[in-house]
Design a protein around this ligand. Structure first.
Ligand code: APR
Length: 232
């Protein structure tokens, strides 16, 4: 029997045990900062320094973070389950890559990337970005964090939708199921008859749509699940 096609969606919860904050839990990032100030194009236009400082702080924290057993387990699954695993993350840190994963689909962008608001050129972001930094290609002083802000279109959606259309298994790890289109992926997977699995500390908003719900810390639940899949 050929290996099942697996689509995995991760959220902030998979990086929590590596010390990176989540958004909507008690004291989370959205309790400390207003989304409209630091995660919208309007906020960036209004006060680019506040936004650049917010992402510089997160980039520094992510640079110092170490991947945990959940990241390592997913990398092992990708390596042993050749070509049948599509790893999509809402996270902008690089812990999946540090944990050994490749071809990670960052649908909300990445802290390590800078974007030119004028010509859409992308280049590796410096640890500390500056407002008005010149684009290496067009020279315009229009560098911005390469992050998908609220009201903007997530990246790589065609590729993600193609993978979901072929999925045998869809897994959501460490995400509250609050933000679309990611929160709707489980519905798309169910539509094609995929088995759906949620691994979360607390049940997500869309938990009722999952066939298999595993509560607990990702560093415990994900390695157990990966071993089950690889034993099949
Ligand atoms: N192991 C597993 N799950 C965890 C852990 C852990 N150690 N710690 C927290 N969680 C779970 C929480 O139970 C919660 O369901 O992670 C989830 C975090 O939810 P959010 O903070 O809403 O993060 P996320 O779902 O990734 O947010 C989605 O919202 O603000 C936007 O762009 C931002 O990508 C982000 C998107």
């Amino acid at each position: 029997m050929s290996a099942p096609s697996i689509v995995i969606l991760t959220g902030a919860g998979i990086s929590a045990e590596s010390g990176l904050g989540t958004f909507r839990e008690e004291g989370g990032l959205w309790a400390q900062h207003r989304i409209e100030d630091v995660a919208t194009p309007e906020g960036f236009a209004r006060n680019p320094q506040l936004v650049v400082d917010f992402y510089n702080a997160r980039r520094k924290q992510a640079a110092e973070a170490v991947p945990n057993a959940a990241h390592a387990a997913l990398a092992r699954l990708q390596a042993e389950h050749k070509g049948q695993v599509t790893l999509v993350t809402q996270n902008v840190d690089d812990l999946h890559e540090k944990g050994g994963s490749s071809d990670v689909i960052h649908m909300h962008g990445a802290l390590n990337s800078a974007l030119c608001a004028s010509c859409e050129h992308r280049w590796p972001a410096p640890l500390a970005m500056t407002v008005g930094h010149g684009c290496p290609r067009c020279g315009a002083p229009s560098a911005r964090p390469d992050i998908v802000w609220f009201g903007e279109i997530p990246y790589h959606m065609e590729r993600i939708e193609r993978a979901l259309a072929e999925a045998d298994i869809f897994v959501a790890i460490g995400t509250s199921g609050n933000v679309y289109p990611a929160a709707g992926f489980v519905q798309m997977a169910r539509h094609v008859g995929a088995r759906t699995v949620e691994m979360n500390l607390d049940p997500g908003e869309n938990v009722s749509l999952f066939d298999d719900v595993r509560s607990g810390k990702a560093s415990d639940t994900v390695p157990v699940w990966v071993n089950e899949v690889l034993a099949q």
